[in-house]
Structure formats: structure tokens, C-alpha cells
Design a protein around this ligand. Structure first.
Ligand code: NDP
Length: 287
């Protein structure tokens, strides 16, 4: 079998076009333009690229956007006071603080300071709690994007065995909650998991986000599995690799995402979708 590629770029583009139409209709009716503020601290090159992509995507769909660049030594109190201002700013419906933060800033304190109504990353305990209750509002972008990619294959999720490798707050944990809501039987693996290959061999749906290039061997993939590779790893020669051994995995999977061009574009599309939802939520139009 040779797997069908899941074209994250195209699916993300379709979502963005739909958002652009909704924004045009909203603003024509006199509603405010959805606004996103992105805060970047320090000069991490990867973070700079992500923020640039997010800003460009905002322009493409007609959002208002603000980029706030802060030096690496910015104090936590300063960042908190900027967030307080953005929480009150009526032009801003979504606030994103680009992670990772410098070591002297406490991630949790920052995440909890963002109003849950403007938490377009979906990391605030309120939004993660709503997801855990099976009643999500603003959902973490990457897992939500992965879910949309799986849904694009038209496979029925109910009753499937899903294995997630990686249990971080931004990928694995919320992914597990999404797939539980979809009625999969979910196994979450991490660095201390024993017999990883045996677990993966049972996965109808496999989602990998570890940051370890080609950790998952093609021979471990169950015939016909849907494989979603979240990993983005830049190798010494400058090329990008996922966490799954793509060439061999695609011979066994039924559907597989490429890296790049799979999950990455969807993360941005879901950020835009969350910002639009937050703008509607703020107006009291969304329950
Ligand atoms: P983290 O480092 O926060 O988490 C990595 C997870 O993988 C941890 O749960 C860790 O386990 C687990 N892990 C590490 N090594 C192994 C191993 N040998 N076997 C099993 N599990 C292992 O990373 P992130 O979640 O932030 O990111 C993961 C990857 O996804 C990265 O490549 C990142 O670039 C990419 N990413 C891509 C996005 C996109 O839009 N496409 C968005 C976000 C991330 P433990 O908890 O025990 O340490």
C-alpha cells in the first residue's frame, strides 16, 4: 500500500479562505474587525519565523494585528502589564505569547494572565478544563488542526485505537482529550513509555509530536493506519524532517501527513479560526 498524502497546505488554505469571507461579511455588517496581538520575547530564529507566518496569515484573512517585540531580558512584571493592557484593549480579540519564553519568565503565570476569552492558543486552564469536560471553547491550535486533518480523510473515529507519542501541554495532552471526545480509545506515550513499538503497532490513528527526527520507524506502522506527524526537526544539512520515518511509513499507512506541509499550516489556520471565534465570543454572539 502507498498512503494518500494529507495535504495540510490545501486544507489550511480552504479554512483561511472561509475565514476571510466571514471576516468580510462581519465587517460589512458593522462588526469590529477581529484583532490578534502576538508577543515575541527574545530573538529565537524559529519563533521569529512562526510569528512572521502568523502575521502574514492575519493580513490575508483581513484581521487587524499587532506584533509586540520585547528584548530577551524583559521582566515578567512588564510582560504581565502588557497582557493586562491587551486584555482591556477592545481592538484585540486574541492574544498569543510565542513560546518558548526565556527561563526567568514563568510560563504558567503568563498563560493564566491572558483572559480566557482572548486565549487563542487554548492553553489557559479554563480552556483546557473545558476541553477535558468535553465541552471545548477555544481549543489548542495544533491538536485541533490534527483533528481536522484526520476528519479530512473521512475515516470514522468512533471506536478506533489512537496512539499519541508525546504528552506536552501543547500537543499530546490536548490531542488525547480531542480524540477521547471523538470516542477513540487513546494511549498516550512519552519518554518513559516501555515497548513503544508494540504500542504503535496497534494504532489505527497515530499522532507523533516528540521533536525527535524519525523516532518512529516505518516498520512499526499498522497496515492502513492514519499517521499525523507533528514533529518539525531541522537537520544539520538544513533539511526538515518529521518524527516519523516518512518513506517507509507511507508504504504501510493509508493516509499520512508530509513534513513540511502537513500539520504546520493547520496550526496557523486554527489560530485564525480561534481568533474569529474569540471576536464573536467577545461580542456575545457565541455561546
Ligand atoms: P516537548 O519537548 O514539549 O514534548 C515532547 C514530548 O515527546 C514529551 O512528552 C516527551 O516525553 C516525548 N518524548 C521525547 N522523546 C521521546 C521518546 N524517545 N519516546 C517517546 N516520547 C518521547 O515538545 P512539543 O510538544 O513542544 O513539540 C514536539 C514536536 O512537535 C517538536 O518537533 C515541535 O517542533 C513540533 N511542533 C510542531 C507544531 C506544528 O505546528 N507543526 C506545533 C507544536 C510543536 P516526556 O514528557 O516524558 O519528556
Amino acid at each position: 500500500m502507498s498512503a494518500q498524502l494529507i495535504d495540510g497546505k490545501k486544507i489550511a488554505r480552504d479554512i483561511q479562505q472561509d475565514i476571510a469571507k466571514k471576516v468580510a461579511a462581519m465587517t460589512q455588517q458593522g462588526n469590529p474587525t477581529p484583532g490578534l496581538a502576538v508577543i515575541l520575547i527574545g530573538d529565537n530564529p524559529a519563533s521569529q519565523i512562526y510569528v512572521a507566518h502568523k502575521q502574514k496569515a492575519c493580513e490575508q484573512v483581513g484581521f487587524y494585528s499587532e506584533k509586540i517585540m520585547l528584548s530577551h531580558d524583559t521582566k515578567e512584571e512588564k510582560l504581565l502589564s502588557i497582557i493586562d493592557d491587551l486584555n482591556k484593549n477592545p481592538k484585540i480579540h486574541g492574544i498569543l505569547v510565542q513560546l518558548p519564553l526565556p527561563a526567568h519568565i514563568n510560563n504558567q503565570t503568563i498563560i493564566e494572565r491572558i483572559s480566557p476569552l482572548k486565549d487563542v492558543d487554548g492553553f489557559h486552564p479554563y480552556n483546557l478544563g473545558r476541553l477535558a469536560q468535553g465541552n471545548p471553547v477555544l481549543r489548542p491550535c495544533t491538536p485541533y488542526g490534527c483533528l481536522k486533518l484526520i476528519e479530512s480523510t473521512d475515516i470514522i473515529l468512533k471506536g478506533k485505537d489512537a496512539v499519541i507519542v508525546g504528552s506536552s501541554m501543547i500537543v499530546g495532552r490536548p490531542m488525547a482529550l480531542e480524540l477521547l471526545i471523538a470516542k477513540c480509545t487513546v494511549t498516550v506515550c512519552h519518554s518513559q513509555t516501555q515497548h513503544l513499538a508494540d504500542k504503535i503497532k496497534k494504532a489505527d490513528i497515530l499522532i507523533v509530536g516528540t521533536g525527535k527526527p524519525e523516532l518512529i520507524k516505518g516498520a512499526w506502522i499498522k497496515e492502513g493506519a492514519v499517521v499525523i506527524d507533528v514533529g518539525i526537526n531541522r537537520l544539520a544539512d538544513g533539511s526538515l524532517k518529521g518524527d516519523v520515518e516518512f518513506e517507509t511509513a507511507k508504504e504501510r499507512a493509508s493516509f499520512i501527513t508530509p513534513v513540511p506541509g502537513g500539520v504546520g499550516p493547520m496550526t496557523i489556520a486554527m489560530l485564525l479560526s480561534n481568533t474569529l471565534q474569540a471576536a464573536t465570543l467577545n461580542k456575545g454572539l457565541f455561546e
